[in-house]
Design a protein around this ligand. Structure first.
Ligand SMILES: Nc1ncnc2c1ncn2[C@@H]1O[C@H](COP(=O)(O)OP(=O)(O)O)[C@@H](O)[C@H]1O
Ligand SMILES: [Mg+2]
Length: 285
């Protein structure tokens, strides 16, 4: 159920960007979905999913965005319009790409949508959590921040804006029906998302000496051979946008990188970004 105060604020035509914050299993994603569906009756609504571990838009390791249509029944019916590769399953140690990617996709979404709702990871603890959420809010400049908490654990972050006129901050307690997910449920969800993403993947060759390699030196890459089989990478197009994930199969030091990817054949690869995640066994066709 959408709280009335949230519905009223979010429905206001001057409210364009809404960011959800909260720890793990506080009901963020469920409420984001309900709100997006409700708003989609009157507005074009985009959702940016910056939860890179439990992604609903785009595969794990990426931030993704899409437009929620009024007749959509679940996340997998939302067409993914863009992704940004973070290359990890948690923002810890990857704060910059997480914040930069969320900002870029939010800007993209805003060019198509009246309202953009941003879902986030549950990393709210300590200095890292505070830096991550405060810089994200600084960058996105939302009209509304929605905080979900079980106790008062989000107060140190929500209090950051108490002396300011914007963003508006609404706080809600997690509904008692919200279920905690076990580590195993999270792992299985992620594995299933990877498996679905790679089910139509084909082997593709990239001439890696002719494009930029991110997060790895060309010298290290040349030595890799097939020792990094399954390492998750992102393929960028000639405009520098992440277009699809890949999984390393083999690296030929003479300049051919062989990967599994669902990337459409007509997209020309302009860069390769290395991540810090390996595909789980059985995720490839
Ligand atoms: N209002 C609700 N009523 C019943 N179940 C809920 C409700 N909100 C969330 N849940 C369930 O609780 C779990 C965690 O909710 P979720 O929205 O994924 O939280 P978060 O995104 O904060 O991790 C999910 O399995 C979800 O289906
Ligand atoms: Mg969630």
């Amino acid at each position: 159920m959408i709280p009335k105060s949230l519905r009223t604020k979010a429905e206001d035509p001057s409210c364009h960007i809404i960011v959800f914050l909260g720890g793990v299993d506080t009901g963020k994603t469920t409420l984001v979905w309900e709100l997006a569906k409700e708003l989609s009756k009157s507005y074009t609504v985009g959702v940016v999913d910056s939860d890179i571990g439990q992604s609903h838009l785009g595969p794990p390791t990426t931030i993704g965005w899409g437009i929620v249509l009024p007749d959509a029944e679940d996340w997998d019916e939302v067409q993914v319009r863009g992704i940004y590769f973070v290359g990890a399953l948690s923002p810890q140690g990857h704060l910059l790409p997480t914040v930069v990617g969320t900002k870029l996709l939010c800007d993209d979404a805003r060019t198509f949508c009246d309202k953009v709702i941003v879902d986030t990871t549950g990393l709210i603890w300590g200095d890292v959590g505070r830096i991550l959420k405060s810089t994200k809010v600084d960058a996105l400049a939302p009209d509304l921040v929605v905080g979900m908490q079980k106790g008062r654990e989000l107060e140190p972050i929500l209090n950051l804006w108490k002396g300011m006129n914007r963003p508006s901050v609404l706080k809600f307690q997690t509904p008692p029906e919200v279920r905690s997910k076990t580590w195993e449920m999270r792992y299985n969800y992620r594995e299933e998302q990877f498996r679905k993403y790679f089910q139509e993947a084909k082997l593709v060759q990239v001439r890696w000496r002719e494009v930029g390699i991110f997060n790895l030196s060309p010298e290290r890459l040349a030595e890799m051979g097939d020792r990094q089989k399954g390492r998750v990478i992102s393929l960028r197009d000639r405009q520098g946008k992440d277009r699809a994930l890949g999984a390393v199969e083999n690296v030929d030091p003479r300049g051919v990188l062989t990967i599994w990817t669902p990337l459409e054949e007509e997209v020309e690869v302009g860069g390769v970004v290395f991540g810090e995640v390996w595909l789980p066994e059985g995720a490839l066709p």
